[in-house]
Design a protein around this ligand. Structure first.
Ligand SMILES: N[C@@H](CCC(=O)N[C@@H](CS)C(=O)NCC(=O)O)C(=O)O
Length: 202
């Protein structure tokens, strides 16, 4: 199978981390969807990455769907709990929280790319406040814990790491490490993983 993405897409990175942590054979294809000649719009009608192309030609899209599919391909490790509905919900809720941080960060990023006189401060303030609330929530949930859910790595940890490291890339001024020590410690743990280092956006 092939994962189509871009080097900086945090949603693609989440899928890449699942592939690497589960050691699933794959090819990562850099194919930014807006580049002329990109095959992404032909494969994923939404024109977004990540897009996972299976060997039979099926295209799986939207990172939560991709990650859940990949997790079902093997048990070493299980990244989304299967037996306990509450634990499963909590992992998926962490993923929703992390993806929501990213959705808001992308709005702010797109606004910053507009000409200064065309920028609208309202969405920047709205989404900035949402990111701050989500970070405070994540920190309160993580306090005193090593992993987001249970006592081992799950998709929740991979998703949160992608959100935090994307903020490092696009909003270094947000200083989430200084404001939230539990997130600082968590990020240090995640940055020690080979999978995370192998996918660092440059
Ligand atoms: N909800 C989607 C979001 C994916 C997304 O928005 N990806 C961005 C890149 S970070 C994208 O492909 N945008 C379209 C573009 O750049 O034209 C997911 O989780 O996969």
């Amino acid at each position: 199978m092939k994962l189509l993405g871009s080097a900086t897409s945090p949603y693609a990175r989440k899928a890449r981390l699942v592939l690497l942590e589960k050691r699933l054979p794959h090819e990562f294809v850099v194919d930014p969807p807006r580049e002329p000649g990109s095959q992404v719009p032909r494969l994923n009608p939404l024109g977004r990455v990540p897009a996972l192309l299976l060997d039979d030609g099926t295209c799986v899209f939207d990172s939560p769907v991709i990650c859940e599919y990949l997790d079902g391909l093997g048990d070493d490790p299980v990244l989304v709990p299967r037996a306990d509905p509450l634990a499963r919900m909590r992992v998926k809720r962490w993923e929703a929280l992390a993806d929501g941080i990213l959705d808001s960060a992308v709005v702010i990023r797109l606004e910053s790319l507009r000409a200064p006189e065309q920028r609208d401060p309202a969405p920047v303030a709205l989404h900035g406040a949402a990111i701050d609330r989500a970070l405070a929530f994540a920190a309160s949930q993580l306090a005193g814990r090593t992993w987001c859910e249970g006592d081992a790595l799950t998709l929740a940890d991979l998703a949160l790491a992608c959100a935090l490291l994307y903020l490092d890339l696009r909003q270094p001024e947000r200083d989430w490490r200084g404001r939230h020590p539990p997130l600082r410690d968590f990020a240090a743990l995640m940055l020690a993983r080979e999978s995370v280092r192998a996918t660092l956006a440059t």
